[in-house]
Design a protein around this ligand. Structure first.
Ligand code: GLC
Length: 561
């Protein structure tokens, strides 16, 4: 890109987004639908529950809602095993209810993003069922290969499943003999599709249109970096193949994947207004991620390094610098996120010691038994972290329940855990259930208004301590996390929705200070109080902040004249 191109990108960014570019600065609220709100008292969240809570989301002040997969699914992986892409899982509702929800959200000014799962289908999808029956055309849509070894008894290569164990399962041929192996980068119930087969691409473009025709505003793309595999499916060797692993791996982030997104972008742009995509892509660097954001590809991609950063000014600043620099090269907006349905909740991540490097959930799980969590400290830091997040240029994603200050539930009884990670790891990795516990809305005891009927049993148990963290309890507490989020989101609309870049301000070790427009954001992650410039304080994450002092584990938005 020439110097001239770069400066015109800069000018475009500073002007701020037009209505078609809403996603560049949007705050999107993630709804993990099984755990959001239950309208039919079966202990599982659903579309009816979400519809009744849309006013809560509008009042919170978000711009859009991303709904995790709601398609018919046997639920081996919480809906990321899709059996039919053009319908609604009966436990969640009906297609008509979904259409009503989309209309009602739009009436409240909320956009709707769905979650598309193109890397794999459910093993119960009609294509895979036909493949198992020996239908050659159906088989060619998946990745079947002969095994290695004298009797083909070894998997075709050394790839591991993200949930533990080998990434290959051997099938029995229709005549009863041992057959070929099929690839599944996740659970065996999630066979990977073969994206070199044009029928797969055609099918997914049709699925996109099906939902865009129903006024869906865009899609989050599941495992967006996984669709293309290296030619010949070579062994990975000692490389780390996990999603958060940073090494280049033949299953992930292959250059061919970009051609798929160029085609998808054309589909999105053929609508008025154009539809948008946000990628879940765990890749090895901010530069590799930026490639997904080139002008003719995807609109946004989660910056997971920010979510992997400890509450430490040095690491956070390094990540923010890398991410904004890489995004600027392709003229893209950054996308910030602190928590989601796959990761230990950030209140808990910040509640223990903070190492000077990026970490992941495996590392967090490993220290559960050895280091106690100070959740009061975790919440204090989480309050500061959301103010930092919302002051950064770009879009931001909130994960349901973070606005209530929910922590990870670490003590779910083993027999109630449901995540395939728990099962496939032979019960050594607790998996992701702890961040997926149904939300507490009201009342003094479970189900905390999640289901209307007090006798309903939520699909994962809620801790008794959540009585003080219900939306109803926090509503009337002016110092609650909920009211902090509401105030911060409303001030963000006023002060931070332009695309003007951030400017770093000089500040002492352990602190971050940045300016966007007229407002400065100061964050103290260090061990002692530091001076704060005099000015008009718009918001503080802590209590009793005196003008002129920035206490530890606190953030402040201040207008300095
Ligand atoms: C993504 C989802 C995760 C799911 C996996 C397989 O990482 O966020 O929940 O298990 O893809 O679809």
């Amino acid at each position: 890109m020439s110097a001239r191109d770069v400066s015109s990108v800069g000018e475009r960014l500073q002007r701020g987004p037009g209505p078609e570019d809403w996603w560049k600065t949007a705050v999107v609220y993630q709804v993990y639908i099984r755990s959001f709100a239950d309208s039919d008292d079966d202990g599982v969240g659903d579309i009816g529950g979400l519809r009744t809570r849309l006013p809560y989301l509008a009042e919170l002040g978000v711009d859009a809602v991303w709904i995790n997969p709601w398609f018919p699914s046997p639920m081996y992986d919480g809906g990321y095993d899709v059996a039919e892409y053009r319908d609604i899982e009966p436990a969640f509702g009906t297609l008509t209810a979904a259409e009503d929800l989309i209309r009602e959200a739009h009436d409240l000014g909320l956009k709707i993003l769905l979650d598309i799962v193109p890397n794999h289908t459910s093993s119960e999808h009609r294509w895979f069922q036909a493949a198992l029956r020996g239908d050659a055309a159906a088989r060619a849509r998946y990745i079947f290969r002969p095994g290695r070894g004298d009797n083909a008894e070894l998997p075709p290569n050394d790839w591991s499943s993200n949930f533990g164990g080998p990434a290959w399962t051997r099938v029995t041929a229709p005549d009863g003999s041992a057959g070929e192996w099929y690839l599944h980068l996740f659970a065996p119930e999630q066979p990977d599709l073969d994206w070199t087969n044009p029928e797969v691409g055609d099918e997914f473009e049709d699925i996109l249109r099906f939902w865009f025709d129903r006024d869906v505003d865009g899609f989050r793309i599941d495992v967006a970096h996984g669709l293309s595999k290296a030619d010949g499916l070579p062994d990975a060797g000692p490389r780390d193949g996990s999603l958060a692993g940073n090494a280049f791996h033949p299953a992930w982030d292959q250059d061919e994947v970009h051609e798929i997104y160029r085609r998808w972008r054309k589909v999105a742009d053929s609508y008025d207004p154009p539809r948008v995509f946000v990628a879940e892509a765990w890749v090895s660097s901010s530069e590799r991620l930026a490639q997904y954001l080139r002008a003719d590809e995807l609109h946004a991609a989660f910056q997971f390094d920010f979510l992997r950063a400890p509450f430490r000014a040095d690491v956070m600043r390094q990540v923010i610098e890398d991410v904004t620099a890489a995004a600027a090269v392709v003229g893209a907006a950054s996308t910030w996120v602190l928590s989601n349905h796959d990761i230990v909740r950030h209140v808990t991540r910040y509640a223990r010691s903070q190492p000077a490097r990026l970490v992941d959930s495996d590392w967090e799980h490993a220290r559960w038994g050895s280091e106690s969590a100070d959740l009061t400290l975790g919440r204090k830091r989480a309050r500061a972290a959301i103010m930092l997040t919302l002051s950064l240029p770009g879009g931001a994603y909130l994960y349901q329940g973070e606005e209530l200050g929910l922590a990870e539930v670490e003590d779910i009884p083993s027999e109630l855990r449901q995540d395939p990670t728990w099962i496939q790891s032979g019960h050594t990795d607790p998996g992701r259930d702890g961040c997926r516990v149904p939300l507490p809305w009201s009342g003094e005891s479970p189900p905390f208004g999640f289901s209307a009927d007090d006798a309903s049993v939520p699909w994962l148990p809620q801790p008794a301590e959540w009585a003080t963290l219900t939306a109803a309890a926090e509503e009337h507490d002016s110092e609650s996390m909920l009211n902090l989020y509401r105030r911060a989101l409303s001030l963000r609309r006023k002060y931070f929705t332009g695309l003007d870049p951030l400017t770093w301000l000089e500040s002492s070790a352990g602190t971050l200070a940045l300016r966007r427009g007229d407002v400065q954001c100061w964050v103290n992650t260090g061990p002692s109080d530091v001076p704060l410039p005099q000015g008009q304080i718009l918001l503080t994450s802590g209590f009793g902040v005196d003008s002129g002092v920035l206490p530890v584990d606190t953030a402040v938005w201040v207008v300095v004249s």
